[in-house]
Each structure stands twice: as structure tokens, then as C-alpha cells.
Design a protein around this ligand. Structure first.
Ligand SMILES: [Mg+2]
Length: 368
């Protein structure tokens, strides 16, 4: 089998609501998509994303470098093609734009492979289970008032959600503490509560805030410190009983390995769009399993439902319904669980009518 054509597209989808965390506002999700076609008339689609900046640069990289590495290749050889992309681009790559461009292509290759096998992606990858608990992040943005936090979190608990995450990182420590107090009271002791600081603090500030948060029985404290500061996280872990979650800002297995080897994180949160696709995501998840550490993937619930179901050490899928308005069929969530679609591939299809107005550009490459 041979890849004979590749289409690439850039979309700029507006957020469904105002989204603010401790370091930024997230107004648009740029989706960089690649669709590969074969000489057998089959196709696979993959995508990665940004939170509003860098989408065009990622697409230029995909178009000018990645496409030519993949056109004419046998799509069955995913490990070989991943290494080919990595080593062809490592000089300018290893993380960031290159990782994002590689992810779109790698996910397209896995989608195609699953379609050829006639299996949903999670089944092709080994299916440790067929549903995952979801926790919600969408109720807990930093711009939400205490009343909004309480109202939305309460509704979600009634709907069956067993985990709620809220953003922290307000200027005043006391404000974070008050927000946690009202939410914990509203959701009760039996709902898991997580907090996310989006890289905001120094190690010292993270230690101080974590000590103030101890009384709320948190399930994890996420991204308290700049992502590459493994030593800072190690110090924090020694000073708090709250589990520490990191990973959405890490781009390859090498940094994850350092976190595991130093015991600097309790839960890992790899993002398939940022770590270069399914191939690297699985390496990270299996490596974590060897350390008896769980993974809880970041965002992209439509793709991560498959990956979380595929490995035995996944904890949750993160619920943020950003793409619900633009896909053919939103991810099925019932009673606090998400279910992978039962069709070949990852099953994510953008709704043409609804996504077209947000299409920035599209290109197509035939094979010479
Ligand atoms: Mg986060």
C-alpha cells in the first residue's frame, strides 16, 4: 500500500465561552489537520492544535517538510515513519511546532491503520477497557465567579461526574483558598477535586500554596511550576501530600522519563497533539506503567478516549467540550463516563457545514 495524496488544513475555531487560566486567555483553538489517501482508495485523518497562536507556522512546517517525508510511503510502517520524521527534523524540532506537525500526520496514520483493520482505534491498540470516567474542567475557569463555580460544579455532580477540576493562581493566595472552600462544600467529600495552576508559580510559591490547599483533600495539583523545572517539582513533592500532575506542556518521552526517574510527578498528562502523536503517547503511557504511575491525558477528549481505553494505567479523560459544535458527533458522555465511538478509526469527523466558516486555508499534494 502506498500514500498517494495528502491534504492539509488549518481551522480557527472560536471558544464556546470565555476561558481564562493563571497565565493566559484561550479565545481560539487552531486545528491543524492532515488527511492521507492511499492507492487502495482508503484514507486517514489526524489533527493537532494550538490555543490561538502558531497554527499557521505549524501548517507551513507540515506542508513544507512533513508532507514530502510521508508521500509515497507505506502507511503500515508507522514506527519507521515516526523515526523518519523525528530524525529529519530534530535539528529544528524535538518539541513545539515540529511535534505538533508530526502529531497530525502520525494520528492520520493510526486512523488509517484502524480503518484498514475494521476496528475502532482503542481496539486496534489493545483495548484495556471500553469506557473511561471523565472529570470536568470546563466549569472551573479562573474567570468564573465563586457563584458560577458552585452552580456549574453542582450540576455536573448531579449529572454523574465524579471529578471536578478548577483553575487556581489568583493573585491573592486567600482567593484561591476561598474558591476551593466553596467548591468542596458544594460537591461534597466523595467527588474528586483537582486544581490546575498552569505553570504559574515558583517552587517556593507552589510549596506555600500547596500547604494552604492541604485541607481540601485534593486529588491532584496540576502544573504548579514551569514544566521543565523537574527539580522544582521534586522539591514540591517532598513538601506536600497532594499528588502532583504534569505533562501537558512536555513534548517528548525524554522529559517524562526524567519526571519518572526522579519521582517528581505522581500522575502524567501526555497530550497526543503535543507529543508527536499516538506513537509517542503510547511509549510514554507504557513507560509510566513500568513505574506504576497513572496517565490522565490532557484535553482532546475525542482522541484521548481511545488512548485512555487502550492502556491499563489511565485514570480519566478530561471533559472540555470545545469541539462539540464542530464535529459530526460529539463524544458520548453519560453518568460520568465517556464511550469511544464504535466505528473504524478514531471516528472523529469535522462537520463540514459547521467547520467550513472557520477554515483558514487548505492544500493538497498529489504524488509525482
Ligand atoms: Mg492543565
Amino acid at each position: 500500500m502506498k500514500i498517494t495524496k495528502i491534504d492539509t488544513s488549518l481551522y480557527r475555531f472560536p471558544a464556546h465561552r470565555k476561558i481564562v487560566d493563571a497565565i493566559q486567555e484561550f479565545t481560539h483553538m487552531e486545528v491543524i489537520a492532515a488527511t492521507i489517501y492511499t492507492d487502495e482508495g482508503t484514507s486517514g485523518m489526524g489533527y493537532s492544535y494550538t490555543i490561538g497562536r502558531g497554527g499557521r507556522a505549524t501548517k507551513v512546517l507540515l506542508d513544507s517538510e512533513v508532507v514530502s517525508l510521508i508521500l509515497g510511503e507505506d502507511p503500515a510502517d508507522i514506527e519507521r515513519l515516526w523515526e523518519k520524521m523525528w530524525w529529519s527534523l530534530h535539528w529544528v524540532g524535538r518539541q513545539g511546532l515540529v511535534s505538533l506537525a508530526m502529531a497530525a500526520m502520525d494520528i492520520a496514520l493510526w486512523d488509517l491503520k484502524a480503518k484498514h483493520a475494521g476496528l475502532p482505534l482503542y481496539k486496534l491498540l489493545g483495548a484495556a477497557r471500553d469506557k473511561m470516567p471523565v472529570y470536568d474542567t470546563d466549569c472551573g475557569w479562573l474567570n468564573h465567579s465563586q457563584e458560577e463555580l458552585v452552580r456549574e460544579a453542582s450540576v455536573l455532580v448531579q449529572q454523574g461526574f465524579t471529578g471536578i477540576k478548577i483553575k487556581v493562581g489568583k493573585e491573592k493566595r486567600s482567593e484561591d483558598v476561598e474558591r476551593l472552600r466553596v467548591v468542596r462544600k458544594a460537591i461534597g467529600q466523595d467527588t474528586k477535586l483537582m486544581v490546575d495552576a498552569n505553570l504559574r508559580w515558583s517552587a517556593g510559591e507552589a510549596i506555600a500554596r500547596a500547604q494552604l490547599f492541604e485541607e481540601f483533600d485534593l486529588f491532584w495539583l496540576e502544573e504548579p511550576i514551569e514544566a521543565d523545572d523537574v527539580l522544582g517539582h521534586e522539591k514540591l513533592r517532598q513538601r506536600t501530600s497532594i499528588p502532583i500532575a504534569v505533562g501537558e506542556s512536555l513534548y517528548n518521552r525524554h522529559v517524562f522519563k526524567e519526571y519518572l526517574a526522579r519521582g517528581a510527578a505522581t500522575i502524567l498528562q501526555p497530550d497526543v497533539g503535543r507529543v508527536g502523536g499516538v506513537t509517542e503517547w503510547l511509549r510514554i503511557a507504557h513507560m509510566a506503567h513500568s513505574f506504576n504511575v497513572s496517565v490522565s491525558p490532557h484535553f482532546l477528549m475525542e482522541l484521548h478516549i481511545h488512548l485512555a481505553c487502550a492502556v491499563p494505567n489511565a485514570l480519566w479523560v478530561e471533559h472540555i467540550p470545545f469541539l462539540n459544535r464542530f464535529v459530526q458527533e460529539p463524544l458520548s458522555v453519560e453518568e460520568g463516563y465517556a464511550f469511544p465511538p464504535n466505528r473504524p478509526g478514531h471516528g472523529v469527523l469535522f462537520n463540514q457545514q459547521k467547520s467550513e466558516p472557520h477554515l483558514v486555508e487548505t492544500n493538497s499534494w498529489p504524488c509525482e
